[in-house]
Design a protein around this ligand. Sequence first.
Ligand code: SF4
Length: 501
Amino acid sequence: MSKVPINQIDCLPSILDNPLTCPGLFYATPAQDGIISRIRIPGGILTTQQTRVVAEYATCFGGDKSVHVTNRANLQVRGVQVRGVQVRGVQVRGVQALQAALFSLQQVRLAGIAEVDHIRNIMASPTAGIDQDELIDTRYLVRDLDNYIQSHREVAGLSPKFSVAFDGGGISICQQVNEITFAAVKIDTSVYFHLLMAGEATNILLKPEQCLFVVAALVRVYLNEVDANQKRKPRLKKLFQDKGILKYLQQAQSYLPFPLTFSEFTYNQRINTNHHLGVHPQRQEGFSYIGVVLPLGKLDIDQLYQLATLADTYGGGSLRLTPWQNLIISDIRNEFIPQVQEIIKNMGLHWSATHIYGNLVACTGNKGCAASATDTKGDALVLAEYLQQHITFDVPIKIHFTGCSKSCAYHGKSDITLLGASQFENGKTIEGYQVFVGSYKHPFGREIYSFIHKEQVPKVILRLVQVYKIMRVNNDESFGECVDRYTASELQRWFHVGGIE
Ligand code: SF4
């Protein structure tokens, strides 16, 4: 831990005195396993120097000697305890040690000012700047917006759900609904951004240099309307709904130095296909990136240090976290890819898009969220182990565990969704799941089981995958496409044969 002038820290509201429902670094969110500490990583990209400071923080204060990548490409440290640590041979008491650690994070620009720490992470395509298909590198827009947030303390008056995303046209992040999204599109030879408000296309096209002005104007309308001292702030999207998007934009117009104009070009959402896993050529000739699968977003501290060394030795000195709870190492010379793969394998990790963990996502679950009916992460781990022993995936199958219908961990369409539920049986509360498949109109697809016990999950999912392998037209047909071709009663017949053990 670096030496820290603790009396210089003016940024530390008492962590323990500021419980919030959304975790931050300076605000506590208590969970079953201790405090959750969330570190914003704008655009998901962190340098190896920043990585090591996070690893040190998690080592000193984390509960399970690991970090977790979230679905907004944040890093979370769980089970945080305020405890003393050794600083260069000197024992430092708990709160002072924690202050010192937060100061270290601030020094590497990971912790900004405390007042705006609750604002959600800025999202961007995780392959920004390296993607062969992208239309524009959004990294400078992310940096400019983060600078704006960190230098405008009045932004503290926003709801903690305030969220902005930049989609540069490569790997899409538009399935994650943000309150403000800028989605790149090429018209003739120029690149513009479609403006989306709470996921709704506005048909307004912006030049890249206009985006930050628009965020600032939308923020000003909100701050004029909402009492800054109000404890529970409404979401920006609630104001969009209440006022109507057109009226909201008319008010924002008065803060803009250019006119907002509606275009005839309509917005078409691109579907993410999880192509970030495995090895991919970059737009920089002779270089590739590798998408690394993390089991449910979890990384041991040792693995974190090893990945930092790997990125320094063979890559561009940074790690890119993805909203699908995996990570990317970029800027690897093509000839070094086999060595990098070997090292990743020796770390106990993998890069294959068909690896079970590559497409398995779980929300925090009842260990970290009071709304959850089940231990989603624990149950997903049990499923992953079982499937690894019993079947090999030859195509990616997206499996999503969610503790309630909010579906924090995954906003796209999954192939299989398990929605946490409980029921009362023989005087006891039993945890289990409602099971959905495919992409029918219901947000989770079609229900095929209204409730199964959590112990039944591995065998039920194994059966679904086995049946899909028989029913599919060919290997190119995804699980979702395959089940969507059948009627509900046909699916019931196929899946329910033999009942549930
Ligand atoms: S999906 Fe529901 S249970 Fe899971 S983390 Fe979000 S609010 Fe909690």
